[in-house]
Ligand binder design. Structure first.
Ligand SMILES: [Cu+2]
Length: 290
């Protein structure tokens, strides 16, 4: 994608931009679960919720395009047919009852057509009917901690990998020291809260973006259908390091998850009493703030 950016800067032509944008749009479907340069569409869905969100988005888009085309067509028709040259003597009509009924009823019908699937989706996203396990997520300034109450009740912190420790191939600002590991094809209840201010646990490929509020537990759910590593970020302004508390979830087979959980329980039991690691990010924005 670096090349395409250079094309645009080099030729600075609208056509090159359109070609690049289209290429990025087509390429965005092939990527796993992270933002890519020039991405024009959603990240590919990894959960039933995100699949439904994308379907609903496409429905909205279809209706919107229909409305735009209809209104544009009517305007062109009026401009051509009723301009002062072709229609020198305008009609003096001020009311047309059937027309007024139609232009009131059609928008109502459109709103109902939108409201029904929208509510259905909201209820579907709300809760997992039969969760097989729970993951508890706590937001902190500025890292996440995760607890596995059904798999040995261990807990660990997940901190960003700062720029000076990032290894080749790792994603800057998205990689963490301890990834959340979860089993594939499992209905997982997510319980979220915060220790200090409001954060927001969000992963685009999962269709989850939920506030973590101090003193309150919010619930969401996921059922990841494809193994892989999925990235997200805190999505609620939570202070100076808001941009530096990414979410990284590694989804593995059920067997691999069991093995990982057994090991993690031992590993994180030892780490329980160690002080919280404070990660210092050196970004231009922070340098200015100091
Ligand atoms: Cu935050």
């Amino acid at each position: 994608m670096q090349n395409s950016r250079r094309i645009i800067l080099g030729y600075n032509s609208g056509v090159a931009f359109l070609i690049t944008a289209f290429a990025a749009f087509m390429a965005s479907g092939a990527n796993a679960a992270e933002p890519i340069p020039w991405q024009m569409n959603f990240q590919p869905a990894a959960t039933p919720v995100m699949e439904k969100i994308i379907d609903f988005h496409n429905l909205l888009l279809t209706i919107q395009v229909g409305i735009v085309v209809l209104v544009l067509g009517l305007m062109l028709y009026i401009i051509i047919k009723f301009n002062s040259k072709s229609n020198p003597e305008p009609s003096k009509t001020t009311h047309n009852t059937p027309l007024e009924v139609i232009w009131t009823v059609i928008p109502i019908v459109i709103l109902i057509v939108l409201a029904v699937p929208s509510m259905k989706l909201l209820f579907f996203m709300d809760k997992a009917p039969n969760p097989e396990m729970t993951l508890k997520i706590t937001g902190h300034q500025w890292y996440w901690s995760y607890q596995y109450p059904d798999n040995g009740d261990f807990e660990f912190d997940s901190n960003i990998i700062p720029d000076d420790e990032i290894k080749p191939g790792q994603r800057r600002l998205l990689e963490v020291d301890n990834q959340v590991v979860l089993p594939v094809n499992t209905e997982i209840r997510l319980l979220m809260t915060s220790e200090d201010v409001i954060h927001n646990w969000a992963i685009p490929a999962f269709g989850v973006k939920m506030d973590t509020v101090p003193g309150r537990t919010n619930e969401s759910w996921i059922k990841v259908t494809k193994p892989g590593t999925y990235y997200g970020q805190c999505s609620e302004l939570c202070g100076v390091n808001h941009g530096f508390m990414p979410v990284a979830v590694k989804v593995v087979s059920k067997d691999e998850f069991k093995k990982w959980a057994a090991e993690a329980k031992k590993e994180f039991a030892k780490a329980k009493n160690t002080p919280v690691k404070v990660v210092k990010m050196k970004s231009p924005a922070q340098a200015q703030l100091r």
